[in-house]
Design a protein around this ligand. Sequence first.
Ligand code: MIC
Ligand code: SF4
Length: 650
Amino acid sequence: MAKTLTFKILEKHLVDGRLEKSASIGIKIDQTLTQDATGTTSFLLFESMAIERVKADTAVSYIDHNMSQFGPENHNDHLYLQSVAAKKGVYFSRPGNGICHQVNLERFGKPGATLLGSDSHTPTGGGIGMLAIGAGGLDVAVAMGGGAFYLTCPKVIGVKLTGQLRPWVASKDIILKLLSILTTKGNVGCVVEYFGPGVTTLTVPQRATVTNMGAELGVTTSVFPSDEQTKKFLAAQKRENDFQPLAADEGCEYDRIIEIDLSLVEPMAACSPSPDNIKTIKSLAGTKVNQVIIGSCTNSSFTDLMMVAKVLKGKTINPSVEFAIAPGSKQVMNMLAANGALGDIIAAGARILESSCGPCIGQGFSPADGVVSVRTFNRNFAGRTGTKNDTVFLTSPEIAVLTALKGEIVEPEKSGIEFPKIEMPFEFTVDDNMIQKPLPPDQAKKADVIRGSTIVVPEAASKLPHDLKGKVLLKCGDKITTDHIMPAGAFLKYRSNVPVYSQYVFNCFNEQGKPTFAQRGLELKKNGIAGIVIASESYGQGSSREHAALCPMYLGVKMIIAKSIERIHKANLINFALLPAEFENPADYDKINADDELEVKNLNDAIKSSDFVMVKDKTSGFEFKCKLTLSARDRDILLAGGLLNFTKNK
Ligand code: MIC
Ligand code: SF4
């Protein structure tokens, strides 16, 4: 039978279950990726599994998120991660070497391999033909230890690309177009697979922009075939041996097909507060802009920045705009420096940021009140910049650089600037001097792990009570992202210290002068009452950060009841023994209020064997049914009191 590329890769890695749609399957993971903001928890949990050395073929630990280093916390994390990587058989990409997804694509990505990363943009690797999936740090820790990764056997959405992009239209516009069709909601359990003649016109860095921002669709991952373009990229990275051709079988069946004619795609922007709030540049033309930033794992490749340099050469950034660039990796930065392009960018007035996530995760560059910031990133969730009520347009670097020159959104053909076509180089400058190799096993045994005082081992998860008595700590609406639940930005430095970081759970909903979510949660916990969160559609969108489960757990939250819950977050909840439940009748959401007392009897029996659980609102007397959409393994994990206990028991 003709197969999709997704199923071909899954088949090669299947270790548990059957490849039948919606079934729970376990796959072997070839490579893992962690970054510093999720990595400390991941490695602390890995250490608690008492496994001497990682078993995945390649495991890489990156420092790229927490780089601002106000206070000792970040550097403590870096030293811990460096020393634990050396000891446990993990490659370590030192701070300054670049953003994990960019570096992974350049130096480690392999067509046909599986990659599990503790970052939601791990699917960037799909640009090189990998099956690359984002997950919580605990799932990645298990994969580092050689354990399978469990997922729902996906539906495959085929995206047929025809035609060719016109000048000034970028691969970013392809994913923005797809976001306008599929939105950020309702795509859980799907993989997006690209095929068709248009695919061959896109280079690997262009494909990687598409698969990277595919994360915003809420899909499991996105994948491109591996072809001559892939071979060219790998050869230019001096890794031709990693190449293998891969494509879907002729005549394979997709669950849904979407066709995009690249020659009809227009420049677009995703407008605040969601990556699927798509508008055409035409309709936004003339909007005044005061800040432009080019960077992030979506759009900071060598070709992106060469285009920027060519446009800027000999010109000056508009006086009303502050403009910054963050090249995605040391390789990119180095090549721009060596060929003079960096000089052209600096001369035009750009502020040069280090190769890291930086403003994308709220590390500086918060925009002023009431201004528009144009960024080439992938997320514009409210407040993510560090400014309340921020207005962020996510665009291609092409639109961003023209905007920086004009001080307002401009239609490219009306800019009077000629489009500089940039070819991908035949050779990238390869120097892995900032990737530290793990110690050989005999030396690793004797090596010490450095643990600064701000690195605190997270509290272990505990079993759910048989009869759950709880109170609604918060009732929130649609599309609650992990940034709402567990803010990053200024609080990112507390990632390795759950008791401190937990104080900021749902910080955006805290009101001045009133007890915070954290205070109320801890008070209930002291009295043996569980905290419950009520939410609407797509709860837990966005990041893979398991702190969005771990910190609420620390505050005594035991159950989330929502209309729907996103994949990675749901898995994180289960991993830390918080029950994810969904309203059987979505209208019941309206009948539950903040502060209501809820009760679930015989909870463990329901988890063991039922697809439903009855919840009684003791305050109003209303009883309602919630769905438990759980695999047999999810049930076992919940009953064991979380994934760590489940794994240890095994
Ligand atoms: C993000 O883009 O939101 C992050 C920061 O990279 C997160 C990871 C994290 O919260 O540490 C992600 O995408 O998973
Ligand atoms: Fe870093 Fe932003 Fe990419 Fe997340 S989306 S990995 S914060 S650059």
